[in-house]
Design a binder for this molecule. Structure first.
Ligand SMILES: C=C(O[C@@H]1C=C(C(=O)O)C=C[C@H]1O)C(=O)O
Length: 385
């Protein structure tokens, strides 16, 4: 402990590590020091916010049309967060440090114009949590009840971005999201990863000993299947449209419980009867940010494609071979049934790199010449947080 404080740049502990001072004197010295640091942090944050406002002015005069849509720059934000992590010397973890910077940027951006984000609702879903993790709490996050609606709101320009789930580590892909990409012209502008912790929630009228119905989204019920088998083998499992909806339903039901995240518990005033009940300890979900514009390279990016191959021998090999030859790291290959006769196989492919990188652009040309159809869904910064 002593050593740890000694290394700290403020040297605050060594300042008070003096036998002549009693506890309250030591605390006074440390708290005065904290007050003076806070004073400096406050001034620096204001100065930073002023700079961000000046950036907005520059953007407005250079390109008023673009600026009217949004000042938000996903690639720049990813770089700021990565720098915050690289600079970090502790004692805070890199993630904590980046989270603080995430909120500072969110507030700076909102000074000009809060960003509007549609998410798969209702309030209290994991998708809302993902939206806030990605854009910070100064964004205006608006719930929509279906993935298609989130796509439509972004297409219509009613919001700047949308957030939809795309895959879960336990339960696999969210087909509905992939299907929307086949027909939409929206671009993927970012990704968010969220550790998913499930809780068994009850209301204030629940008889804990008489729980005979458990509500949740089918994905969450599946993520907690073994736990439910062990603890509530006889309770009926009822799939509803979202975890937040499950939490909402508990009101007034004395024999029911819900499985949902802690955000839903807080929002609907529910009690956590058991926490972290997911079967896989690293249960996590990946979400995509969808928008109308392509994102320039951030220096550490991912690209997503949807490719249709002709129904012929070796089709999958022909599709993947150029990636291997150009040494490009595939992070996901997913196949989906085609919707039209011409699209016999449809593959969703994610790989490391940006469409504008020289090697990636060579691969895209080669794959495109072999494929019946190829659609670039977007290049975007890899999840930082
Ligand atoms: C200040 C800028 O605009 C926005 C605010 C940012 C910030 O606060 O650091 C970063 C990127 C943009 O979303 C910028 O483009 O640099």
């Amino acid at each position: 402990m002593h050593k740890h404080y000694d290394r700290h740049p403020t040297g605050a502990f060594s300042m008070v590590n003096d036998a002549s001072m009693n506890e309250s004197e030591q605390l006074k010295v440390l708290r005065d020091r904290i007050d003076s640091i806070d004073d400096q942090i406050g001034k620096l944050i204001s100065e930073r916010a002023q700079c961000a406002q000046d950036v907005a002015e520059v953007k407005k005069s250079a390109n008023p049309e673009e600026a009217a849509k949004s000042f938000y720059r996903p690639e720049r934000e990813a770089q700021v967060l990565r720098k915050a992590m690289e600079r970090n010397q502790g004692p805070l973890s890199n993630e904590e440090m980046a989270r603080l910077f995430r909120e500072i940027m969110s507030a700076c951006l909102a000074l000009e114009q809060p960003i509007k984000v549609a998410f798969l609702g209702p309030e209290g879903t994991f998708t809302q949590q993902a939206a806030l993790k990605h854009f910070g709490h100064s964004a205006i996050a608006m719930p929509f009840s279906a993935i298609d609606e989130v796509f439509r709101e972004v297409e219509a320009g009613a919001v700047n971005y949308g957030v939809v789930p795309v895959e879960n580590s336990t339960e696999g892909v969210v087909n509905h999201t992939l299907d929307n990409f086949m027909t939409s012209n929206l671009k993927i502008c970012g990704e968010v990863e969220l550790r998913i912790h499930q809780n068994l929630l009850i209301s204030d009228v629940t008889h804990v000993k008489n729980i005979s119905r458990i509500y949740s989204h089918s994905q969450s019920l599946a993520q907690c299947r073994k736990w439910l088998d062990a603890h509530y083998p006889n309770a009926e499992r009822i799939a509803v449209s979202s975890n937040a909806e499950a939490a909402k339903r508990l009101k007034g039901e004395w024999n029911a419980a819900a499985i949902a995240g802690s955000m839903a518990a807080e929002l609907y005033g529910l009690k956590v009867l058991a926490e972290k009940i997911e079967d896989e300890p690293d249960n996590s979900t990946r979400f995509l940010i969808i928008g109308t514009e392509s994102v320039p390279a951030s220096g550490d990016d991912k690209t997503s494609l949807v490719v249709a191959m002709r129904n012929e021998p070796g089709a999958l090999h022909n599709l993947l071979e150029p990636f291997h030859r150009h040494n490009i790291d595939l992070t996901r290959v997913e196949s989906r049934p085609a919707r039209t006769g011409a699209w016999t196989y449809v593959f969703f492919i994610d790989f490391s790199g940006h469409a504008q990188d020289a090697e990636v652009s060579k691969v895209l040309n080669e794959v495109s010449s072999r494929a019946a159809d190829l659609k670039l869904l977007g290049s975007y910064p890899k999840a930082v947080l």
